[in-house]
Design a binder for this molecule. Structure first.
Ligand code: FAD
Ligand code: DHB
Length: 390
């Protein structure tokens, strides 16, 4: 079997790349180890930058997003029992859209199906070979049979735990990493959102975030220990802790309702350089992870594949490799700025438990500064709504 671009992973990166390549008339095969249902039901990110929304619309996969996505023109930062609004539109002219990652993935899978191009779920034993040749290969099993896919290029869109990054020979990549001593416990609840906009809160007991998925579903997160045991968190304890951290002096608090889903997410900052090895290109979480506080992970995956698709299209059209050769350097400039922002938001909003109260007081001063200085608030806003892709 032969294809132009072999894509490993059907998350947002792999599926978006497949769609943009299709629009350029470039063929690809997408290989995913999980089932379609698993991929569609996996509850993860919810905040799309305007650039991500614009790209989805331009790529013909934004119709439901335009209808059902919730445009948010600002967020609230909360501390010492009060909320302070950051007005994105007033400060930057741009907004964000709340639309579940699983909805993005569903729309992209539907679009892929409509093209008739291949997308294989539940493939097993995926491995990549001959990466430094002109015809890199992907081997996998599907339907009980062995397959070999001969490609011009391979896109490693297989997330942080994928096989593409570890297939690059030792010594080629440099990894930069920071693991945080806390995690997020997230829930999805059948409850109408109590606020029209997100609330990021620093409380003495730790961080909490109020978000949403629809006019009837609230999404909430709270800072917990890195090795937290979900079994120790019955729903009543989760609600008690969320209300303690999110209830404001003006009486605002999230609405309570049945918990539909819950899970724990670790917090890590991670980058590998470079994001390419001969004809293998890494994109999205396969190349970098951000702690979720800045809502950047999904958006970075999308900006990576936009740059990759441009490089690939340019190479097929002109026979020249210059844009593709710059892929890693072009991505990394934006990736590191998103890393900086995500690290900064995380450090500002989480309790760092080393027993020294200095940091908490400093964080409160930082929040006070951010919410009272237009210059500081503009800096937060322009990063949150998304820096230009190029
Ligand atoms: P993934 O979504 O991880 O997709 C990789 C795919 O590859 C998966 O489907 C996987 O099954 C598949 N795969 C893995 N190994 C193989 C293999 N060997 N063979 C075949 N397929 C394979 N980001 C934001 O931008 N905004 C947010 O608000 C936000 N909130 C988040 C909240 C939580 C709780 C979490 C966990 C993450 C959040 N993120 C957020 C991050 C975001 O979800 C990720 O950055 C995003 O999923 C990255 O997309 P991706 O396609 O690179 O990787
Ligand atoms: C959501 C997730 C985030 O990481 C974030 O910063 C804001 C919102 C969400 O899942 O809604």
């Amino acid at each position: 079997m032969r294809t132009q671009v072999g894509i490993v992973g059907a998350g947002p990166a792999g599926l978006m790349l497949a769609q943009i390549l299709h629009l350029h008339g470039i063929d690809s095969v997408v290989l995913e180890c999980r089932s379609r249902e698993y991929v569609i039901e996996r509850v993860r990110a919810g905040v799309l930058e305007q650039g991500t929304v614009d790209l989805m619309i331009q790529s013909g996969v934004g119709e439901r997003l335009a209808r059902e996505g919730m445009r948010h023109e600002g967020v609230h930062l909360a501390f010492l029992g009060a909320r302070h609004r950051v007005d994105f539109v007033g400060l930057t002219g741009k907004a964000i859209t709340v639309y579940g990652q699983n909805e993005v993935v569903k729309d992209l899978i539907d679009a892929r199906r409509a093209t008739g191009r291949p997308l294989h779920f539940e493939v097993e034993g995926v491995s990549v070979h001959a990466l430094d040749s002109n015809t890199p290969r992907i081997r996998y099993q599907s339907g009980g049979q062995e397959h070999e896919l001969v490609c011009d290029f391979i896109a490693g869109c297989d997330g942080f735990h994928g096989i593409c990054r570890p297939s690059i020979p030792a010594g080629v990549l440099t990894a930069y990493e920071r693991v945080y001593p806390f995690a997020w416990l997230g829930i999805l609840a059948q409850a109408a959102p109590a606020s029209e906009e997100l609330v990021y809160a620093l409380h003495e007991r730790g961080f909490a975030l109020f978000s949403m998925r629809s006019p009837r579903v609230t999404r909430l997160y709270l800072q917990c220990a890195a090795d937290e045991d979900l079994e120790k968190w019955p729903d009543e304890r989760i609600w008690e802790e969320l209300i303690t951290r999110l209830a404001m002096r003006d009486g605002w608090k999230p609405n309570v309702g049945p918990v539909l889903q819950k899970g724990i997410t670790g917090m890590r900052s991670f980058v590998v350089e470079p994001m390419q090895y001969y004809r293998l290109f890494l994109a999205g979480d396969a190349a970098h992870i951000v702690p979720p506080t800045g809502a950047k992970g999904l958006n970075l995956a999308v900006s990576d594949v936009l740059l990759l698709s441009r490089g690939l299209a340019h190479s097929y059209q002109s026979g020249r490799r210059d844009l593709l050769d710059r892929y890693s350097a072009d991505c990394l400039r934006r990736v590191w700025k998103a890393q900086r922002f995500s690290w900064w938001m995380t450090s500002m909003l989480h309790r760092q438990d080393d027993g020294n109260p200095f940091d908490y007081r400093r964080q409160l001063a930082e929040l006070d500064y951010i919410t009272s200085s237009r210059a500081a608030m503009t800096s937060l806003a322009e990063n949150y709504v998304g820096l230009p892709i190029d």
